[in-house]
Design a protein around this ligand. Sequence first.
Ligand code: FAD
Ligand code: UDP
Length: 383
Amino acid sequence: MFDTIIVGAGVAGAVAARKLAEEGNRSVLVIERRSHIGGNCYDCPDEYGVLIHEYGPHIFHTDEESVREYLSRFTEWYDFGHEVVANVGDKLIPVPFNLNTLHMVYEKEKADRLEKKLLEEYGEGSRVPIMKLRENADPDIREIAEYVYQNIFLRYTMKQWGQKPEEISPEVTGRVPVVISYDNRYFKDKYQGVPKNGFTPMFEKMLRHKNIEVRLNTDCRELLCFQDGKIYFQDEEFTGDLIYTGAIDELFDCRFGRLPYRSLDFRFEHLDTDSYQGHSVVNYTVSEDFTRITEFKFLTGQTDADGTTIVKEYPFAYTGAKGEIPYYAILEDENQALYEKYRSLTEDYQGFYLLGRLAEYKYYNIDAMALKAMELADRLMKK
Ligand code: FAD
Ligand code: UDP
């Protein structure tokens, strides 16, 4: 029998498993329904030898020293300041919109004048959410906001969420603020990059421990059953800790209806050329049905593969059909209330913990997820 069972071998599951196995000396079973570990951070070489991120581009970025330090036990890093450009008309402009973008969009005299205003109003280095910038009383600043709204946010958000920026949670558009500086980086964090040899080898090393057993290709519902306040593992009562990182509605057979998610269709193409777009990520903010194109070589720094592989992301509403993956929780009050109904069902079960982007129905980045997993493991070890 295991001391702890963890469902899901993504960041949340893998970090919690390693800590509990190593520092808590617990025997840990990790159950993963996919054929691989790493969750949505999984990467692997494609048939042409190009290292790809199967579930979309993942860049590790953090200001959290403890997370960087913990993960660094399992990997070295290829560090870079991640930059993104948007394809707008005949131009590629830096995103988040910043002072460099301002000078590409407006002629010099106007750009200088607007820059001065932005600096006076917000101060050098400020990060202003687009929905806030639109509320500014100054018509010049509102003109910039209108440009950014129309050319960067409106259509991209419509594609990604099926809703306008003003209809979705401000937390979401606030992730990509207007930046009052000449910094072209997409994130502001101190550490940015990808594991030197890829995410998957990092997770392999993390899960390689004598106290951890990983079972792939296994849906937890084949092994676990919840009944009258008791958890059963392979028909025997399980009284250890159970950490669940999957979607909570699924675990309870969607009895209150499905939690809404946005999904993505990733379409990969290999091209017999050295470079397709010369950038790791190009956002299509005014045209096309896909949101962005990632060219992996420019993300991973790989130099030893012939040709190049790109991926286009087509968003759609998750329906729960076979093969679909729920990628993004939709942060709305109604959905949160439904989530709470499911969450309250778990209160009947002792030692049952929800952890992860799916299980908590939140918009976590990798670093936030790793930190939560570290904190939960620490808490459980103190019990
Ligand atoms: P997941 O990675 O989803 O892992 C959950 C695991 O549980 C999965 O492997 C799943 O198969 C398994 N599972 C679910 N149900 C069951 C079941 N019933 N039985 C067994 N196993 C089950 N974050 C960043 O910091 N930087 C980025 O650049 C970035 N880019 C992203 C791009 C995209 C397109 C997406 C969707 C997310 C991105 N993220 C990024 C967020 C990042 O993917 C998440 O923070 C992280 O993967 C969350 O880890 P997790 O362990 O909670 O979930
Ligand atoms: N966004 C946008 N245009 C862009 C980049 C982002 O409209 O060029 C909006 C969009 O609503 C997106 C949100 O900002 O969903 C958050 O962007 P982020 O890049 O953080 O999304 P993720 O990488 O998590 O998909």
